[in-house]
Design a protein around this ligand. Structure first.
Ligand code: SF4
Ligand code: SF4
Length: 134
């Protein structure tokens, strides 16, 4: 699951992510980080579900971190996509790549739903949608 972690000034300097990793054993992957002395925002991928995921989220919340699930997913309109690659380098997390068959591949677990690729596509082939059914 991808989540956005919002740290308030009171907790921004505490090693909360390290505590969650140490207590749960989960290999949490940081996808994006915007941190300064006043506040912090991380987007992370937590490779888990069920009780283990709930435990990790509960530790963040107990420590004063706001946790928001990222539900958006990218829909590629294959009729419009020419596999030109213009959306690939603007993506900050390498969620978009050209596959060995030269078609565009998308890894949802790496996507921080920033929308940069949507604006970069000259053919209007990309849309960010709520939920993963799209
Ligand atoms: S920029 Fe648009 S057309 Fe080009 S590869 Fe990306 S989605 Fe396809
Ligand atoms: S919305 Fe597009 S540019 Fe942003 S992380 Fe997802 S795939 Fe990359």
């Amino acid at each position: 699951m991808r989540v956005r972690l919002i740290y308030s000034p009171d907790v921004v300097e505490k090693p909360i992510l390290a505590e969650v990793i140490s207590k749960t054993g989960l290999l949490i992957n940081i996808l994006e980080a915007k941190v300064n002395a006043q506040k912090g925002e991380l987007v992370v991928s937590i490779p888990s579900s069920g009780e283990k995921l709930e435990e990790a989220i509960a530790i963040f919340r107990r420590a004063g971190v706001k946790v928001e699930e990222i539900k958006e997913t990218l829909k590629i309109d294959r009729e419009k996509c020419t596999s030109c690659g213009a959306c690939i380098s603007p993506c900050p997390t390498q969620a978009l790549q050209l596959g060995s068959d030269w078609t565009l591949k998308y890894e949802e677990e790496k996507c921080v739903a920033c929308g940069t690729c949507v604006n970069a596509c000259p053919f209007g082939a990309l849309t960010l949608l709520e939920g993963s059914e799209g």
